[in-house]
Design a protein around this ligand. Structure first.
Ligand code: AMP
Ligand code: ZN
Length: 477
């Protein structure tokens, strides 16, 4: 069965193919590293990771590039506000981002280029656009892309040229309106400004810095060539970012930039997009603090269809926790040694496990796949006592194969559960009693007493952490 994915450009479900017959070349717009990535960002990156896993499980090789946006208004503004050099500032956020990626079991991209490390490539691309008459220097010294020079502008987002003008109130291509020939034109190179401090580079058009859009075109071309198979990002990037990427790339090379555009819908909180600027965000650390495991967060963030907005709720995390708990209980009941069980390829799956895999191949339908998986879990629970050893092993191998494709690391989750049970059991009785008293005080809203007990517990060398169902004790290492 072919892997089909909705393509924003065609409006259809198109098959995923490697146009060079070898590898699917896949570019994702990466994080802007000026603060912690929130779970909304991770929804998008997880969906992209799922796409790559499904490609690879279906036998397609991939080359995956995800850039790091480390030079833009926000990274410059924040680094300066904190009195730090841009690189030093962005490196610390990038490191945190990568740590969260690893915990959420995101496959590391084959290349993670940073915009600051590719200024030369961006300058060369702008030079090509200047030579071909698609770009001009405005009277503020900045270089702009002339949108009217590119006929297909607006095709991806299905926006007519006159509508762009109607919308041109500064929200879409919000550069300095008076310096450019047309309000729809966008900056390729921004001339040096006082407020950018030391963050400027030399160029044929004077000191300055690249615009955000050109970064992605230059890095995509550098690592994947002028024409690629799939380009992904959150739906907010469709316009103007991806529209601008197409215009400047195709105007420069004369080749089709991207065959398949892959956009995912947003994670919402109470009807609004989760975002750094609205401040309505949760990070992985926030959720871990509340006692949820990364595998549960991954499950919950992937549980809605990627083309529909997903409302973030703690109930969805609890549902993920419960589903993994049911699998864990069943594995215990079946008395299986996971490490002795061989891996199973998705095309060896049968029954509802097979249907689940086929759901993933059909526009990454995770909710349907999880529905089939839950059916197999119920079936396993009902027949656990009567399964032969071979049947039990096959059930586990199928379940693990499917979860691996979704990227939920069952073994990591199971081993953490066992070690937590061990630590909980090993806390001395007096410590457990104090922790119970603290929990009771908390429930009575006697926070002073709860804090006092927490300190006493911590002085005795134990850390007490709240979980959705109570508390957890871990020795302070
Ligand atoms: P940024 O760090 O803002 O450059 O965003 C990185 C990625 O996260 C982009 O692909 C955005 O489209 C995506 N994104 C931002 N907010 C959300 C959200 N609330 N839900 C899903 N994706 C998001
Ligand atoms: Zn981009």
């Amino acid at each position: 069965m072919e892997f089909l994915l909705h393509n924003t450009a065609s409006g259809e479900r198109d098959p995923i193919q490697a146009s060079d017959g070898k590898t699917v070349r896949f570019y994702c717009c990466g994080p802007t590293v000026y603060g912690p990535a929130h779970i909304g960002n991770f929804r998008t990156f997880l969906i992209q990771d799922l796409f790559r896993r499904v490609c690879e499980a279906s036998g397609l090789k991939t080359t995956h590039v995800r850039n790091v946006t480390d030079v833009d208004d926000k990274t410059i503004r924040e680094s300066m506000a904190q009195g730090m050099a841009l690189r030093e500032f962005t490196a610390s956020w990038q490191e945190k981002f990568e740590k969260d990626c690893a915990e959420l079991n995101l496959l590391a991209p084959h290349h993670s280029p940073s915009a600051v490390d590719h200024i030369d490539e961006q300058i060369r691309l702008i030079e090509q656009l200047m030579e071909k008459g698609h770009a001009y220097q405005g009277n503020d010294g900045s270089v702009y892309f002339r949108v009217s020079s590119f006929d297909r502008y607006g095709e991806l987002a299905h926006i007519r040229r006159d509508a762009q003008k109607e919308n041109a109130d500064g929200r879409i291509n919000s550069d300095d309106e008076y310096s450019k020939d047309d309000v729809a034109d966008f900056a390729l190179w921004k001339s040096r400004k006082e407020e950018d401090g030391a963050n400027y580079w030399e160029s044929p058009w004077g000191d300055g810095r690249p615009g955000w859009h050109i970064e992605c075109s230059a890095m995509s071309m550098r690592y994947l060539g002028p024409s690629i198979d799939v380009h992904g990002g959150g739906v907010d990037l469709t316009f103007p970012h991806h529209e601008n990427e197409i215009a400047q790339s195709e105007a420069a090379t004369g080749e089709r930039f991207v065959r398949h555009w892959f956009h995912s819908a947003h994670l919402m909180v109470e009807g609004r997009k989760m975002s750094k600027s609205l401040g309505n965000l949760y990070t992985l650390a926030d959720l871990k603090e509340k006692g949820y495991q990364p595998e549960e967060v991954r499950w919950a963030l992937l549980s809605g269809h990627y083309r529909k907005t997903l409302n973030f709720t703690f109930d969805s995390l609890k549902a993920a926790q419960k589903a993994l708990g049911r699998i864990g209980d069943l594995v215990e009941k079946l008395d299986l040694q996971a490490e002795d069980i061989d891996d199973l390829a998705p095309d060896q799956l049968e029954g509802d496990f097979r249907s689940a895999w086929e759901s993933l191949l059909t526009d990454l339908n995770v909710p349907q796949a999880l529905g089939f998986l839950m059916k197999e879990i119920s079936r396993g629970e009902k027949s656990a006592g009567s399964l032969s050893k071979d049947e039990a092993v096959r059930w586990f191998a199928s379940c693990r194969a499917l979860l691996n494709t979704i990227g939920v690391n069952l073994e990591a989750w199971l081993s953490r559960r066992v070690s937590e049970e061990d630590t909980a059991a090993s806390a001395p009785e007096e410590i457990s009693k104090m922790a119970e008293a603290r929990w009771a005080a908390k429930k009575e809203k006697d926070f002073a007493e709860a804090d006092r007990l927490r300190n006493e517990i911590s002085e005795a060398g134990w850390l007490v952490k709240d979980t959705p169902d109570g508390f957890e004790l871990t020795p302070v290492s």
